[in-house]
Ligand binder design. Structure first.
Ligand SMILES: Cc1ncc(COP(=O)(O)O)c(C=O)c1O
Length: 406
């Protein structure tokens, strides 16, 4: 943790650059080291065994012990975790090999490990999360509900409440504090992937956990798959235990890239968000678009944006006037945007949620087939708008040709 040399707390921009680097001075290095050892020498059998026991049960390494084995502990991963924890105003963080591995560990730690097998899930959620819960693969029983129904959905055997805000792909804002109030004593996990710690800190609104698909904004360059959960030290122990046993750990090279990525996260978010706002302003006047989904576009009637976020983020969804046919043509006609799943990187992506990211979601909860999702990157906003304008023109001319044929 960087200690402020001043009386005032450090600004999040400063924390993003300096956090998780507390041991570098003693190591005599300036850039983050990458520790690739899969195994570590043991001082003697007794201390080796004690170290193993401490970490396999979710604890931290013991003094004068050994890190034993990479599945239990890795210094490069631990530095990234410390940095993310500080940015999320949390005591601790635990990193995983993907966002879904992180969600799996959260579900197992809060249900199978506690004997409470019921989960309340607030829709909409990322399709993979919806599928994981709905499939019952982890032995859970799930009640999907609206945010206002969390209180009545809680049962004595409820171990976890899952929610996402802004939600994927419709950018719905969900009132975190209201869900926490409805959940009572049941721990709430917020998927904070879209907002990042720069725009939203769920723990400040009473949640037990903030989860990220670190694959997205935290990495920011589309070259790492990872997940991370910020939480209390007590919950971190439960999550590290699941990670040690099930093996969903993050590779140190990925952790290094993520930690480096955190340093530019505030600037990337600010610029990507500004670009997104320009694209939204252009989209709302376009006849090809039926509706644009973007936080605050409806005027924030419940004040959720104002209360829990520090910005809109850079994700946009739009419903095309020509239905699925128009959506599919736009996705294929863009040039600067890449037609691809994922989000949050420096380059802009476009994808069709109903066919891809939300394909496993039951039909009645799946996004509209006319909806496309845009992840806005760091390109010039004017160039991105010109690309969409060209794609819309192609679709318009195709529609004209078809109606002439009819
Ligand atoms: C909001 C959200 N949560 C979780 C995930 C899953 O993360 P990963 O792909 O890193 O497993 C995704 C992936 O797209 C996502 O968009």
């Amino acid at each position: 943790m960087p200690h402020s040399p001043f009386d005032t707390p450090l600004h999040p921009d400063t924390i993003a650059v300096h956090s998780g680097r507390g041991d570098l001075q003693d190591l005599g290095v300036h850039a983050l080291p990458i520790d690739l050892s899969t195994t570590n020498p043991l001082p003697d059998i007794e201390r080796g065994g004690d170290s193993y026991e401490a970490m396999a049960t979710g604890g931290r390494p013991i003094a004068d012990g050994s890190l034993v084995y990479q599945r239990l502990w890795n210094p490069t991963v631990a530095r990234f975790e410390d940095a993310l924890a500080e940015m999320e105003h949390a005591e601790a963080a635990v990193a995983f090999s993907s966002g879904m591995a992180a969600m799996t560990a959260v579900i197992l730690a809060m249900t199978a490990a506690t004997g409470k097998h019921h989960v309340v899930a607030v829709r909409p959620l990322y399709g993979g999360t919806d599928h994981l819960l709905g499939s019952g693969l982890l032995g859970t029983e799930v009640t999907f509900c609206h945010a206002s129904e969390v209180g009545v959905s809680i049962r004595p055997d409820t171990g976890l409440v899952v929610m996402e805000t802004p939600a994927n792909p419709t950018l719905d804002l969900v009132d975190i504090a209201a869900v926490v109030a409805g959940a009572g004593d049941v721990p709430v996990v917020v998927d904070n992937t879209f907002a990042t710690p720069i725009l939203q800190n769920p723990l400040d609104h009473g949640t037990a956990m903030s989860l990220h698909s670190a694959t997205k904004y935290l990495g920011g360059h589309g070259d790492v798959i990872a997940g991370v959960v910020a939480c209390s030290e007590e919950i971190a122990e439960a999550l590290r235990r699941v990670r040690a046993v099930t093996g969903g750990l993050l590779h140190p090279l990925g952790a290094y890239l993520l930690h480096r990525g955190l340093t530019t996260l505030p600037v990337r978010i600010r610029q990507q968000q500004e670009n997104a706002q320009q694209v939204v302003q252009w989209l709302i006047d376009r006849p090809e678009v039926d509706e644009v989904f973007f936080p605050g576009l409806d005027g924030d009637p419940q004040g959720i944006l104002e209360r829990q976020m520090r910005g809109t983020g850079a994700m946009i969804a739009m419903r095309m006037r020509g239905g699925y046919a128009a959506a599919s043509r736009v996705a294929s006609a863009v040039n600067l945007f890449t037609h691809a799943v994922s989000l949050g990187g420096v380059d802009s992506l476009i994808q069709h949620p109903a066919a891809l990211t939300h394909r496993p979601v039951p039909a009645d909860a799946r996004p509209d087939a006319a909806v496309l999702r845009l992840s806005i990157g760091l390109e010039n906003a004017g160039d991105l708008i010109a690309d969409l304008a060209r794609a819309f023109a192609v679709v318009g001319s195709l529609q004209e040709t078809e109606s002439q044929r009819i």
